[in-house]
Design a protein around this ligand. Structure first.
Ligand code: OAD
Length: 250
């Protein structure tokens, strides 16, 4: 803990790369590990354009289930501690999560003032995109995935909407990825919190910090492929660690 706090105290620029594990203690199911699977489907078989083309109802059913679960969740102490650091201009959050909990935390902390930016690499589960005209809409309504007829349709052209998230086999927004990589490359410290670090390109962002002379601090109850590259590793949960690590350091 002391080593991590010292690194953070001396850092001019900090990024935090987060994954599903940071939201686990808010009640959001992770993708991998215990309790991570939905009806025994692996995310790689459902979160793809092919799966959606083959069976949009099934894919929407999975997303409808996740949307309902996530809608009940609130940011936890780790989201809030990061949001405080971002609000003070000391850190930028780069997340793979589509649950918007970092954004919610940023709004809570800002308390009416300007809300710190969150870089959402994989989009948002509360956004939909038209499969034909590409129209985007923010939408938190319950999705009825009992049949094709009940799935969400575009208000502009009437065609099927899809979840507004990045799927396996799809490219991340180049502008979003470029910004995340530039921030990581010039960061003095990259915190990596609650990610299995197996999905690219997000998994490699912390390595940009390291390659440019910065330090990597990992927080995860399990070892990951990034552990060997971390300067400090916490085998503990996000809420146990992040608030203590950041308190009075950033
Ligand atoms: P995963 O579900 O792969 O990994 C979650 C990680 O969080 C694991 O390494 C756990 O050990 C860790 N974890 C669990 N509870 C934790 C806690 N309380 N505190 C800290 N860590 C905890 O989730 P991601 O790495 O985010 O992409 O998955 C990456 C991407 O794969 C997702 O963005 C999604 C998914 O398929 C797409 O849908 C494109």
């Amino acid at each position: 803990m002391q080593r991590g706090r010292t690194l953070l105290q001396g850092a001019k620029s900090i990024v935090a790369v987060t994954g599903a594990g940071i939201s686990a203690e808010s009640g959001v199911p992770t993708f991998r590990g215990a309790g991570g699977l939905w009806r025994n489907y692996r995310p790689e078989t459902l979160a793809t354009p092919d799966a959606f083309a083959r069976d949009p109802r099934l894919v929407w059913e999975w997303y409808a289930w996740r949307r309902e679960k996530i809608a009940e969740c609130r940011p936890n102490a780790a989201h809030l501690a990061l949001a405080e650091a971002a609000h003070r201009g000391r850190a930028t959050v780069i997340t793979q999560n589509v649950d918007e909990l970092h954004r919610d935390a940023a709004r809570i902390v800002a308390n009416g003032a300007a809300v710190a930016d969150v870089i959402e690499l994989h989009g948002s589960i509360f956004r939909m995109q038209c499969t034909r005209c590409g129209a985007l809409r923010a939408d938190r309504a319950v999705v009825d995935a009992t049949s094709i007829a009940t799935l969400p349709k575009c208000e502009r052209c009437g065609r099927l909407m899809r979840p507004g998230v990045v799927w396996f086999g799809e490219a991340l927004s180049p502008a979003v990825l470029e910004r995340a990589c530039a921030l990581a490359a010039r960061a003095d410290v990259c915190l990596v919190i609650g990610t299995s670090a197996v999905v690219q390109p997000a998994a490699s962002i912390a390595l940009l910090t390291r390659e440019n002379g910065g330090a990597v601090i990992e927080i995860n109850p399990e070892e990951t492929p990034l552990t060997a590259h971390a300067d400090v590793s916490f085998r503990a949960t996000a809420t146990e660690t992040v608030p203590r690590l950041l308190a009075n350091t950033v």
